[in-house]
Every structure is written in structure tokens, then in C-alpha cells.
Design a binder for this molecule. Structure first.
Ligand code: XIL
Length: 364
């Protein structure tokens, strides 16, 4: 999300611990009688994005990833900017480190992202022809998806392709991809990813589907239109990633969101919550109150989602308030530190973590 615009898994590797936990949970519920069995939800894998500098320098960060996560997403290292600083040479160093850590600790992986209008190296923004853009896009996806085939089970194939406030004439965001390839950039990306790794789960990832303002409904409609078009053309697509950067101060359209989730379900699509955090720039400064409000927001959002459609995973965009994009993009007017995530700066769980753990255990 740009500041201007911004005021703007099931194909997962073995999660034996989690599955054992799920079985134990179901047994306990069954033993307690049919009502309890009904009330028990299936556990939902929980995860976080991992930021490479923190990952490398802070042992407590790595411990938190091990302790809390079933799923890990390299936060920036699979973006074009991370991989393609030099046009001819791919730099996989950061992504490889996080992928190896995830594998060593039996965490599933999400790949973020194969196509985005942001986080592009300068040379990519200077492409001039359709042929060049298509060649670069296809080549990039072939190399990246092939390298992590069998290890990264789910890909955010395209990220933030929906216009911030779409209109019927201009549903898609104005990016280098849209300018050079038109709406077909979405199809090219999905088709290529599916060809290279036919077993991968392929996701369209975007934001502000929960927005109460008219843009929310318009954005949901564009997402459904994209999915229908991909389906009509026989292009594989498996689900929607709902970023869920939730504004603390705005109303949520939970009814609209639930209708949308049912529409996605009818199309045979999965959903995942992919970048959850609470944008707390306009919430009261008091940290105890702010944490309470943030937890309540996450709780009502997730409860509404789960009631309409169980997401395949719930992933936050970082774990600790020590490292988050929120204060950079959504700075507070006062000097209070941002508190968008489930752990505080000292790695102590906040009320938001208790909410997330309920969904992870399946006891929400
Ligand atoms: C953000 C990262 O968290 C920052 O570290 C980076 O500087 C900019 O990108 N939507 C997305 C993510 O899809 O990739 C963005 O991540 C946050 C908004």
C-alpha cells in the first residue's frame, strides 16, 4: 500500500504437532458430548511474516517464530526488489535463509509475491514494451517458483492488483504491469506459476475487503470478477489472501465481508488471512486500552470470517511491535509507539495473542 493510496495452507508440509493437537482437541470435545463437539472449531494454522534484518540479528525474534508459528512468510525477500536488484542476477540469500529455517523447524511457507506494482527495482520500472514485460515476468516466475517447488506450498501470485477505489472502467491498479500488459498480466502470472509448480496453491492477495466505505464493496466485486474471468479461461487459481491490515478507528463491514466469503466459497475458492495487524495511529495513546481495542478488533474480524468460511491460515504481518511497517506508513500524531502486533516490544504476549491462540487451538 502506498501512503498516497493508503490513508490509505492447506498444501502445507507436515505439521504433525498441529495435527496431533487437532485430533486431541476433537477427542476431548467428543468425550464432552455432542454440544462441545459442535462448539469446537478445527484449529487454524497461525503464522507470521519474517523480516530478514530482525531474523538475522535478534535471537528472540527467531525463538518467537519457532514458538508461535505454523507458517512463515519471508516479508520482503521474495519481492522483486529483494531478488532482482541486479537485472541479470537473482539474489536468493535472504529468502533461502528463511526457507531453510522454516524447513528445519517444520513450518509451512507462503511465498510473497510474484507480481506487485510496488517494491520493484529501478530497472523494472523502466521497462517500455509489452514483449519485454511479458518476457521478464514469465522468466522471473519460472525461476523463482521452480527454485522453491515442493518447499513453498502457497504463493501470493499477484499482490494488490485491485485499484484503491475501483470504478467499472478502471477496476485494476495502474502499475507497470497494467500499463504494459493490460489486465492480462494477472492471467500470465497465474498461468506461469501453475505450469511451473502444478501442486502449488495459487492465491490473489489484496486489501481493504472489510472496508465499510463504498470502496470496500467495489473492491470485493472486482476480486470476484477477476476470479470468474480466470475460471472462464481455465486458469488455475485456488484462493484469496485477505491482507487484513485493520484500521483501528474505522467501521468494518462484516456483513459485506461475510457475503463476499460465501461468494468465494460458491466459486470453490479458499481464503487465508495473510497480513493481519491493527493500524493504531488514531487509537488512544494509553497502551492498555489500545491493546484491548486492537484485540477486540481482531477478535470480531476473525469471528466474522470463521463464521462465514474457515480460513486456511491466519498470518500476521510480523509478531512483535519491535518490528512493524505500521509506524512508518501510518505514523501517530503523538509520540506513542505503535502497537499493531500480538507481542509487545519485549516479546510479551498481548491480548491480541490470546485471541489468535484461540483460533490456532480451535477453541474460539
Ligand atoms: C511491507 C513491509 O512490511 C516493509 O518492511 C516494506 O518496507 C514495505 O512492504 N502490503 C504488502 C506487504 O503486501 O508486502 C507490505 O510489506 C505491506 C503492505
Amino acid at each position: 500500500m502506498q501512503q498516497t493510496e493508503a490513508d490509505r495452507n492447506d498444501a502445507m508440509p507436515t505439521r504433525r504437532g498441529l495435527l496431533r493437537g487437532a485430533a486431541a482437541c476433537a477427542l476431548t470435545a467428543a468425550a464432552a458430548g455432542p454440544d462441545a463437539a459442535q462448539a469446537a472449531l478445527r484449529p487454524i494454522p497461525f503464522g507470521s511474516a519474517a523480516e530478514i534484518d530482525a531474523f538475522r540479528s535478534d535471537a528472540r525474534y527467531r525463538e518467537a517464530l519457532k514458538r508461535y508459528c505454523d507458517v512463515i512468510v519471508p516479508m520482503n525477500d521474495l519481492k522483486w526488489q529483494g531478488l532482482r536488484h541486479d537485472r541479470p542476477r537473482f539474489d536468493f540469500s535472504g529468502a533461502d535463509e528463511i526457507v531453510a529455517f522454516a524447513q528445519a523447524n517444520r513450518k509451512a511457507l507462503r511465498g510473497h509475491t510474484l507480481l506487485w506494482g510496488d517494491a520493484l527495482p529501478p530497472w523494472a520500472k523502466e521497462m517500455t514494451t509489452r514483449a519485454e514485460a511479458e518476457r521478464e515476468l514469465v522468466n522471473h516466475i519460472e525461476i523463482v517458483v521452480d527454485r522453491y517447488k515442493g518447499r513453498i506450498a502457497t504463493w501470493d501470485v499477484v499482490n494488490e492488483v485491485i485499484r484503491y477505489e475501483p470504478s467499472p472502467d478502471t477496476p485494476l491498479r495502474d502499475t507497470i504491469w497494467q500499463r504494459l500488459l493490460g489486465p492480462e498480466h494477472i492471467e500470465i502470472a497465474f498461468r506461469t506459476a501453475a505450469r511451473v509448480d502444478p501442486k502449488a496453491r495459487l492465491v490473489l492477495n489484496d486489501f481493504l475487503f472489510e472496508e465499510a466505505a463504498p470502496a470496500g464493496a467495489a473492491r470485493r466485486k472486482v476480486a470476484l470478477d477477476i476470479f470468474r474471468r480466470l475460471r472462464d479461461k481455465g486458469i488455475p487459481v485456488h484462493g484469496l489472501g485477505i491482507q487484513a491490515h485493520l484500521y483501528g478507528e474505522k467501521d468494518l463491514d462484516l456483513d459485506g465481508l461475510q457475503r463476499f466469503l460465501r461468494d468465494l466459497d460458491a466459486l470453490g475458492l479458499d481464503v487465508e488471512i495473510t497480513e493481519l495487524d491493527v493500524i493504531d495511529w488514531k487509537l488512544p495513546a494509553d497502551p492498555v486500552l489500545r491493546d484491548k481495542l486492537a484485540a477486540a478488533r481482531v477478535s470480531s474480524f476473525l469471528e466474522a470470517v470463521v463464521a462465514a468460511k474457515r480460513p486456511k491460515a491466519i498470518v500476521t504481518w510480523g509478531l512483535t511491535d519491535r518490528y512493524s511497517w505500521v509506524p512508518d506508513t501510518f505514523p501517530r500524531q503523538d509520540s506513542a509507539r505503535a502497537r499493531p502486533l500480538p507481542l509487545d516490544t519485549d516479546y510479551r504476549p498481548k491480548p491480541m495473542m490470546a485471541v489468535l491462540e484461540r483460533f490456532r487451538r480451535g477453541t474460539a
